[in-house]
Design a protein around this ligand. Structure first.
Ligand code: ADP
Length: 178
């Protein structure tokens, strides 16, 4: 499902963040050390190959809400934007830190003049952020950033399960009912 808002396509698709051929950058739901791990970070690092972690190491550690950009190596993209989401119940205020994640990723993409970016549901896996709460923060943040975007023409949300797909699609319908 996709919709056009302020000349920018917002798209929701079920899939693997490490297999997105139609975006220039994918976002990694990273850990502080920018190391390979489980979930999104595991999928991204295993597809990218060991050179990704070599580039990441000197950039670590990062703090919750921060993001850094690297090459994408074996991934079908040009860049990976690594972002550390808040651990729910620990890194506070969670909503502001999660909003910073999305803002900082968009900022880095804009600085590289990228036209497209793909996001996973940052913090909603191992970090325990409730998915219904997270999706509100995601759309509030992205919508408030849209007017300032000069290069980005497509923002894609890559979700893993049917429940996430429903959450994102109903939010998208709310924003752009037709
Ligand atoms: P975090 O540590 O920030 O919570 P996770 O990687 O554990 O990040 O999970 C973030 C979200 O991404 C979860 O909703 C999870 O279901 C989803 N997810 C896990 N693997 C993938 C993948 N390969 N592609 C897209 N989404 C994924």
């Amino acid at each position: 499902m996709r919709t056009l808002l302020q000349n920018i396509t917002l798209e929701v698709q079920k899939g693997d963040i490490a297999a997105q051929r139609d975006v220039e950058a994918v976002v990694n739901a990273a850990n502080a050390e920018l190391a390979p791990g489980g979930g999104v970070a595991g999928a991204i690092h295993s597809k990218a190959g060991p050179d990704l972690y070599k580039e990441c190491k000197p950039l670590a550690p990062i703090a919750p809400g921060e993001a850094v950009i690297t090459g994408a190596y074996g991934l079908p993209n040009n860049y990976v934007i690594h972002c550390l989401g808040p651990v729910y119940g620990e890194d506070k205020p969670e909503d502001e830190l999660l909003a910073s994640c999305y803002r900082n990723c968009l900022k880095l993409a804009e600085e590289k003049s990228l036209e497209s970016i793909g996001f996973p549901g940052i913090s909603t896996g191992i970090f325990g952020y409730p998915k219904g709460e997270a999706v509100k923060v995601v759309f509030d943040t992205v919508l408030s950033e849209l007017p300032g975007l000069k290069h980005l023409k497509k923002i894609k949300f890559v979700v893993f399960g049917d429940k996430d797909l429903q959450l994102y699609e109903s939010k998208l319908r709310e924003i752009a009912p037709d």
